[in-house]
Write a protein that binds this ligand. Structure first.
Ligand code: MRU
Length: 361
């Protein structure tokens, strides 16, 4: 799977293993700028401000960030090294609350440290570097597998709606929801993709259309409130979105607006698919009600993209939750790297994790 969109490296370690390199997504599509971050505060800010964003990419950045946070540690024994690591972990974990990949990746790094605790400090540091690279490599393998499963659900010459950006920019490569679009492009499926602009931070307009157009995919941008129209017109045969956390019962948190799209799809009898790496499925969260939904600065709604404020500056309250929960009953299937889970998800997701375990993960 090669195309121009994959020339853009979302998140990586530099050649000297001394900086986190991210493509600053707040500047896209107008500017392609890579940031080289070495300070923990800058890595935290990059995640908080969505310079690096999308659940899997946040996890990868946190893995690299945790390694960099202790790489120059002067600790001489494992206990004080672990104490320093725990501080770094706690700090990075506070950057954003909803995407479980952040915590998943930091837990993986911690487990790696503990498994190597008996070794010398330089050896533990090297093990952490290897683990951080593996988090990214695993994500890339995962997205390829999700793409193949997703493509098996699709017919050529059909219309697909997507919301937010669950693309190569949100992951190590290929994306989750976009992976089948890229595979289909390679194999002549001739998909017509409709991208919701995704208010208020416009990940669909700025990022999804950008990367799909670079790859030569037929993509049409619509405002969020046009989804019903394109569905009613018969232009959409399936909806594919990513996710930030899937609860054990299948309820799924994703970018604000996703649940409305799912309800519309249900109304028009259009299948609604969640593309979910197992790193985004949180079996310790029973239902969607247990997911912490991030709320952000009201200025993102009223000011961020406008020359002048688009709401009175006083006397108006603004509510800016940046994720919502789609009830499991509106989800046709959850596509993972270990297969496709269908309702009832409380059983099928357990099966997916059994397959993962049987495969040695
Ligand atoms: O606030 P963001 O841009 O980090 O939100 C991203 C999303 O909601 C994505 O759809 C989700 O993380 C899946 S990315 C493969």
């Amino acid at each position: 799977m090669e195309n121009k969109a994959f020339d853009l490296e979302t998140v990586s370690l530099d050649d000297k293993n001394s900086a986190l390199v991210i493509l600053d997504q707040t500047l896209l599509p107008n500017e392609v700028l890579y940031l080289h971050l070495t300070e923990q505060a800058d890595i935290w800010e990059a995640i908080y401000e969505l310079r690096v964003r999308g659940a899997p990419a946040i996890g990868i950045a946190a893995g690299y960030g945790a390694y960099l946070g202790v790489k120059n540690s002067k600790a001489t024994d494992a206990d004080s090294f672990y104490k320093e690591f725990s501080e770094v972990k706690k700090y990075l974990a506070s950057s954003r609350p909803t995407a479980v990949n952040l915590f998943w990746a930091l837990d993986k790094m911690e487990a790696c440290l503990l498994a190597n605790r008996g070794k010398s400090i330089p050896e533990i540091k090297e093990a952490l570097r290897v683990q951080s690279e593996e988090i990214k490599a695993e994500d890339i393998r995962t997205n390829k597998a999700i793409g193949e499963y997703a493509l098996s659900l699709l017919q050529p010459n059909t219309g697909i709606l997507t919301h937010c950006n669950a693309g190569t920019l949100a992951t190590g490569k290929y994306g989750t929801a976009t992976s089948a679009m890229y595979l289909g492009q390679e194999r002549g499926y001739n998909f017509k993709v409709f991208a919701d602009e995704t208010r208020p931070l416009l990940q669909g307009a700025r990022l999804t259309t950008f990367e799909l157009a670079q790859a030569g995919v037929d993509v049409t941008l619509i405002c969020d409130n046009m989804a019903s129209t394109v569905m009613r017109n018969g232009w959409i045969q399936s909806v594919f979105v990513g996710c930030d956390r899937v609860a054990a019962n299948g309820d799924t948190a994703n970018k604000i607006g996703t649940s409305g799209v799912a309800i519309l799809a249900h109304n028009y009898g259009i299948p609604f698919y969640i593309c979910a790496p197992t790193s985004t499925i949180d079996m310790n969260t029973p239902t969607g009600w247990d997911i912490h939904i991030e709320e952000r600065n009201p200025d993102e709604v009223s000011k961020k993209w406008y020359e002048k404020p688009m709401a009175p500056e006083t006397g108006v309250k603004i509510f800016n939750p940046v994720f919502d929960v789609t009830d499991a009953r509106f989800i046709t299937a959850i596509i993972t790297e270990f297969g496709i889970a269908r309702p009832p998800f409380s059983l099928s997701l357990k099966e997916i994790f059994k397959k993962k375990k049987d495969a040695g993960y």
